[in-house]
Ligand binder design. Structure first.
Ligand code: AMP
Length: 283
């Protein structure tokens, strides 16, 4: 695996592979890698000739009071995990390399970016789409891999690709969890020992909400029940817990077939997200 820090060098490395029509995969990450990321890389490895993983904590997707400075970083560990997962090029640019100038040109994500995580994190998805667009242009991948852990992000990236004709196929990968059900996340290290014990309740509550909804068809009841469960069994506070259609993220209606049950929960030092995607066929 090669570590690459500049855009020019990465483009030079990839040039020959593009000329040879190799299938190139891109796996964008913010580093501090865990099994969720390596699962994306392994999926990429299977279906492509070459895997490029980016490892970049993107400042433009963090709000002023968010955890950009404190976001966990460990490049030596990332190198080991990425190389074991079959990554060919680990792209680790500096902020200056990615954003040498600011011409004030912005990507404005639409209404689907203002709900769920976007409601508490204004501008977050504009920053995500900005960095992902740059990575698409730099790497020109055949396939790009994103986790369903960030289901709203995945939906918005699909819209970006559709609306702006990026010649890339977006591949979604199911959530990878700890043995006790907690969704793997770089931010889990910020949980206190007590919160870490409680955190699997998030997934249990979502599962119960899904079961309740499929059984009783009562969205309000299913959601309130899950909120109560999280707020009584953990010290966390709910940011949102919502049931929406997927991937359009609209209010559900009688024809909705694909559902997203998603939540964000604040603990003392961290905000965690989790979700379940399911279809009506499961009734
Ligand atoms: P991040 O480094 O948190 O920005 O995540 C980089 C990519 O890995 C995103 O596409 C995430 O959705 C994906 N990812 C993060 N955690 C998980 C997980 N537990 N399971 C599956 N994918 C994940």
């Amino acid at each position: 695996m090669k570590i690459i820090t500049t855009i020019v060098e990465l483009q030079q490395e990839l040039e020959m592979h593009h000329l040879e029509n190799k299938k190139i995969a891109l796996v964008p990450t913010m580093g501090y890698l865990h099994e969720g990321h390596s699962t994306l890389a392994k999926a990429a490895r299977q279906d492509n000739d070459l895997v490029v993983m980016s490892d970049f904590v993107n400042p433009t997707q963090f709000g002023p009071n968010e955890d950009y400075e404190n976001y966990p970083r460990d490049l030596a560990r990332d190198e080991k995990i990425a190389s074991e997962a079959g990554v060919d090029y680990l792209f680790v640019p500096t902020v200056d390399e990615m954003y040498p100038a600011d011409g004030g040109i912005r990507i404005e994500a639409g209404p689907a970016s203002k709900i769920l995580c976007g409601a508490a994190r204004p501008g977050h998805f504009n920053g995500v789409l900005q960095v992902v667009s740059k990575l698409f242009h730099i790497v020109q991948p055949t396939n790009a891999y994103f986790g369903q852990k960030d289901a709203q992000q995945l939906a918005l990236i699909k819209l970006l690709v559709r609306d702006y004709n990026f010649p890339v196929t977006i591949c979604g990968v199911p959530i990878v969890r700890e043995d006790d059900g907690l969704a793997k996340s770089s931010r889990n290290v910020f949980l206190t020992a007590e919160e870490r014990k409680q955190a699997p309740v998030i997934q249990q509550a979502l599962q119960q909400a899904k079961d309740n909804f499929l059984k009783h068809h009562d969205k309000e009841f299913a959601i309130q029940n899950a909120i109560d469960m999280i707020e009584t069994k953990t010290s966390g506070h709910i940011d949102y817990l919502e049931l929406r259609s997927y991937p359009d993220l609209q209010e559900i209606h009688p024809e909705t077939n694909q559902f997203l049950l998603a939540t964000a929960v604040y603990f003392s030092n961290v905000r965690l997200i989790d979700n379940i995607l399911f279809t009506i066929e499961e009734i």
